[in-house]
Design a protein around this ligand. Structure first.
Ligand code: ADP
Length: 464
């Protein structure tokens, strides 16, 4: 996982790297366009000074010429002398490569100055300044007696890297170490409260509104933490209000309905004529329907207000459906409906209670709207990160228009079908499937049957 912390560090190191690269390129441009020429000129001036001193000495013996150049080299120069007869003399630190180009010989033949330090063929540009090769020198002519010489000279690298340069290098290393450690510390300090806020958010989805934040800062993150705490308190308050509302309403509706159902059951045991028995039957059915409607309405309202606390966990879809079938076994047998299924293991991340409502509704409908000797087939397949579940029945079916409206609230194909129902079941099912980022579709044909196809994503957490 790419955390914010790692991203922050990577970005800082990247910025550091890019700025070093840009600085290097800029320094190269400056070096190539101005510094290199100046350095070359300075060294030519020194070489000419040395050459003219040599000539002024009127010396004709090599001995004294060598002694003088030996002393100059000790001042921090690498010197190479070539006579017109091809004699070579080296002074100071030896050159790593003695590669004198043809134009450098013009120093002796034409008495021209050789500007080897102003031409660097090396791809390393600026770094070639430190190249310890003979072609990286300046050359001047001098004459002793009647013999012409070429004097090639460059400051040695020890002289270029003075103590001040070493101090600068250490300064650069120290600044880099301190700033990188500073960035790491700062990133940790910045990200820590965000991690805490993430934890607190996760706790809220688990209905824990009292997760302690303990973030005391005066910056934007401090303000965010403060607003978050206010939100926690508000959510806790809302949650309590919602729970008490649902409790009150369901209690206030359910208890009188239970009373009505109880009395209807009692009446059914009495000696009644057919007309009264029918009335009692209606009271019983309608009160059951009303009780069911109350429960469904409450669920739909809480789903609508997004106040339903989704309690996600890894659940086995196949086991849930098998449990649902088991619970409805007696109704299936009563209506002589044959049921078969193909349900391989399918774990997904979902709210178990809500998904149970889905399977319950679909199976209830498949039984309710089936025909005598009908059958139901449930199938589960998995591919490309999705679980596909189909509920097929050989029931009374719907035409295209009816099927397209089946998921609408309070829609019932034909109230005259007189099946007990509220018209809310499928709209709740669709709502729940969408809450799980899934889809539901229906295909149906009158007197042939209906197939509901549900697709649910397999979240990454379940695959790990
Ligand atoms: P109800 O409580 O009436 O069953 P639903 O929302 O579950 O409400 O369904 C809406 C309507 O869609 C039902 O009234 C019924 O007419 C139709 N329907 C649902 N499932 C099926 C099915 N498997 N076969 C035929 N019709 C169905």
């Amino acid at each position: 996982m790419r955390t914010l912390y790692r991203k922050f560090i990577t970005a800082t190191l990247l910025i550091l790297g890019i700025s070093i690269l840009i600085a290097f390129i800029l320094a190269n441009v400056v070096y190539m366009n101005s510094t290199r020429g100046k350095i070359d000129q300075q060294n030519v001036a020194i070489a000419q000074e040395v050459a003219s001193s040599l000539e002024q000495m009127h010396s004709t013996t090599h001995l004294s010429f060598e002694a003088y150049l030996d002393s100059v080299s000790k001042l921090g120069y690498q010197i190479y002398v070539l006579s017109e007869n091809g004699e070579e003399f080296d002074f100071g630190e030896p050159f790593s490569k003695k590669n004198l180009p043809v134009e450098a010989l013009n120093v002796i033949e034409e008495k021209e100055v050789y500007h080897g330090m102003d031409h660097s063929p090396s791809p390393w540009l600026m770094m070639s300044h430190f190249s310890n090769q003979l072609d990286n020198t300046v050359g001047v002519p001098f004459t002793i007696g009647d013999q012409d010489f070429g004097l090639y000279l460059r400051p040695n690298n020890k002289m270029l890297f003075s103590d001040v340069h070493v101090i600068f290098a250490w300064f650069f290393v120290a600044v880099s170490i301190v700033s990188v450690s500073g960035v790491i510390w700062f990133a940790k300090h910045l990200i820590k409260p965000i991690t805490k806020l993430t934890e607190a958010t996760r706790e809220i989805t688990r209905e824990n509104f009292t997760f302690p934040l303990n973030i005391r800062r005066k910056d934007e993150i401090g303000q965010l933490a403060e607003s978050f705490s206010i939100m926690q308190t508000q959510l806790q308050h809302n949650d309590e209000a919602r729970k008490s509302f649902i409790n009150n309403v369901s209690h206030d509706f359910q208890s009188p309905l239970m009373n009505i159902q109880g009395y209807a059951e009692l009446l059914k045991t009495q000696q009644l004529d057919d007309e009264h028995r029918e009335y009692v039957e209606i009271i019983d059915q309608e009160s059951k329907r009303l009780s069911n409607l109350t429960k469904q309405l409450l669920l739909l309202t809480s789903l609508d207000q997004k106040s339903y606390p989704m309690k996600l966990s890894v659940i086995r879809v196949d086991s849930q459906i098998k449990d649902t079938v088991r619970r409805h076994q007696w109704r299936l047998e009563e209506k002589e409906i044959e049921i078969s299924y193909h349900l391989p293991p399918a774990p997904i991340l979902a709210d178990p209670e809500l998904l149970m409502t889905v399977w319950d509704n679909l199976l209830t409908n498949a039984i309710k709207y089936n025909q005598a000797d009908g059958s139901i087939f449930i199938q589960l397949t998995q591919n490309d990160g999705w679980v596909t579940i189909t509920f097929s029945d050989t029931g009374i079916g719907m035409n295209a228009e009816q099927a397209s409206k089946a998921f609408e609230r309070f829609y019932r194909v034909d109230a005259a079908r007189k099946k007990d129902g509220t018209g809310l079941g499928l709209s709740i099912v669709k709502h729940i499937i969408e809450l799980h980022n899934g889809t539901i579709e229906v295909e149906s044909e009158i007197q042939k049957g209906t197939t509901f196809t549900i697709k649910l994503p397999i979240e990454k957490q379940t695959e790990e």
